[in-house]
Every structure is written in C-alpha cells, then in structure tokens.
Design a binder for this molecule. Structure first.
Ligand SMILES: Nc1ncnc2c1ncn2[C@@H]1O[C@H](COP(=O)(O)OP(=O)(O)OP(=O)(O)O)[C@@H](O)[C@H]1O
Length: 303
C-alpha cells in the first residue's frame, strides 16, 4: 500500500463510525411464538470511544452483541462494524471478521481461555490461528500482558489465576490480533466488586493506550463509574444515554458532571423513562405541545 493510500484508508476509517446500527430488528421464533429481541435499535459508536450498554435481563443486550460479533444475523435493519456490513457478509468472510476485526471477552471466564495453556500460550495460539509469524508471538504476548499489568502471570494456567486475572488475560487474548473493536459481554458478571473494578479499569486503559473502540454490555449500572458514555437499552431499543465529563474550575478543583439524555431515533421516536410514566400516570395517549424552546408532554384527558 502506498503512503497516500494508507493515509486515505486511515482517514476514511476515522470518518465512519466504529459501530453503526439503525432500525435493527431481531425476531426469534420458538415453538410458534415470536419474540422481538431487538425492536428497531439505533446505536452509533465513534472510533476510539469507550461505551457501556446497560439494560435489564431480557432487554436485548446479548442479542445485539451476538450480531456485532458476527455470530448471529439480524432479521432487518442496518448493522456495521468497522465498515463491515453484518447483514451482507458471507459466511466465509465472517471467519476473517471474527479473527481480525473484532475481539471478544465473554462473561464465562472458561469460554475465553483454553484451560491447559498458560496465559502467554493462550495469546500465542490466537496469533497462530490468525497466521502471525511464529517469531514474533512470544514478544507480542509479553507486550500485551505487561500492558494489562499481569506480565508476571505469563506462565500460569487459567486455574492458577483469580477470576479478575483470568478476565485480564482474556482482554489480552482479545487484543492479540489488533482488532478495531473490542466487544465484552458481562465481563464482570462472575467477579466480586474489587475484581470488577480492576477489569473495567483494564478496559479503560487499553482504550486509552491503544485507541481500540470498546463496547461493554452489562446489567451492572456500576459500570458507568468507569466510562464516559453509558447507553441504556430497554425492550430492544436504546432509550437513554448518560454522558460524563470532568470540568476544572478557576481554582483548579475538578467537578465530575453527568448528564442524562433521552435517545431520539431517526423518525423522532423516544421512550419516556418508566418513572416519568408512573409519576404522571401516563396511559395510552398524552398531550404534546411545542413551546419556543422545548416540547411538553402532558397527561391526556380521560376519554
Ligand atoms: N435463541 C432465542 N430464541 C428465542 N428467544 C430468544 C433467543 N435469544 C434471546 N431470546 C429472547 O430475546 C429477548 C432478549 O434476550 P437477550 O438474551 O438478548 O437479553 P439480555 O438483555 O442479554 O438478557 P440477560 O441479561 O438476561 O442475558 C429475551 O426475551 C429472550 O428470551
């Protein structure tokens, strides 16, 4: 590739979203019953962002992650990761996509690592499967384990590691082939609070140091302490989003600010938070009115 072509490729990678979902629908049919796991979901993640997707059990988180990781195919809508169209991708391209474009960390520590290989050998195996030359594999494993502050654990097998250490090795394995996007499904689901915090900080560190885009899917609202952007998923759609930022006042004191936004989709739909609906006893119909600089939602009169 010439320098000019490489620069153009890098520029177009920076211009497109790392993850793009629009009107995404996934319907499962089981024993004659249809379940709409995703009901027109929209989500845009920019390159280099660290985002958490939080939702209750059954809200559609794992369904979305299976689609983004190329293991499942949506029923309708648009989904692309790093410019790869997940609805149009052929089966044989999915293998390359899973090997080179995305990395995953799953909840079950046992699913991430091969039990009879050491931490370093787990990384080296991933590199071997992807066709990396033998000569550079050990050095790459050392580099990744050191990046995750577990260089001294290189020769231990998973059963000789704590759950939190296993998940940090799993992050190293997921990053071995330099994926553009790292996907994590409940990576702290089997961990206590202290180990969860370590794993989430490791996610943040690799995001900051390597620039890899990270999407963490979880039901644990505590994740929001570790990321700037938290997107809520409810009934198969993204509903609200919380953005955090740090402001430095004139006296040098830092203030942490969190703002919650409702997500407006492409055709203007939004979900009212359930506590608003309950507090105002909203049902079936509401009154909408447009004011100079805002819109109002009020209870509809009785029929
Ligand atoms: N293969 C399937 N067949 C039928 N229904 C399914 C299938 N997979 C998921 N569902 C249904 O789709 C909905 C969303 O499930 P999903 O696993 O994505 O939710 P989740 O938010 O990840 O939940 P949890 O946190 O409990 O894992 C649920 O109602 C679930 O029962």
């Amino acid at each position: 590739m010439t320098t000019a072509t490489a620069a153009a490729t890098a520029a177009s990678a920076a211009a497109r979203p790392a993850i793009h979902c629009r009107d995404l629908v996934r319907i499962f049919s089981a024993e004659g019953v249809e379940v709409q796991a995703l009901q027109g979901l929209g989500l845009e993640v920019a390159p280099g962002e660290l985002t958490a997707l939080v939702g209750a059990s059954g809200s559609g988180k794992s369904t979305l992650l299976s689609i983004l990781s190329g293991l499942d195919v949506p029923t309708a809508g648009q989904a692309s990761v790093a410019g790869f169209d997940l609805l149009a991708m052929r089966e044989r391209d999915r293998v390359g996509y899973r090997r080179h474009v995305v990395g995953f960390v799953w909840q079950q520590t046992g699913r991430n690592l091969i039990p009879y290989l050491s931490a370093a050998e787990n990384i080296a195996l991933t590199l071997a499967v992807a066709g990396a030359p033998r000569s550079g594999r050990a050095a790459r494993a050392t580099e990744l384990l050191e990046l995750l502050d577990i260089g001294e654990l290189a020769d231990r097998r998973p059963q000789q590691l704590s759950g939190g250490q296993q998940q940090r090795v799993a992050i190293a394995v997921a990053l071995a082939n330099e994926p553009e996007v790292l996907l994590a499904d409940e990576p702290t689901g089997e961990l206590d609070e202290a180990n969860s915090a370590l794993v989430l900080e490791a996610m943040r560190a690799v995001n900051e140091r390597l620039g890899v885009t990270v999407l963490i899917v979880t039901h644990d609202p505590g994740v929001s302490d570790h990321v700037r952007r938290t997107v809520q998923i409810r009934d198969g759609r993204t509903s609200t989003e919380t953005l955090r930022r740090t402001e430095v006042a004139d006296d040098g004191a830092e203030r942490h600010i969190a703002e919650e936004f409702a997500v407006l989709d492409r055709v203007g739909r939004l979900q009212l938070p359930p506590d608003y609906v309950a507090a105002l006893d909203l049902k079936h119909r509401v009154r909408l009115s447009l004011e100079d600089d805002h819109a109002e939602v009020r209870k509809g009169d009785a029929e």
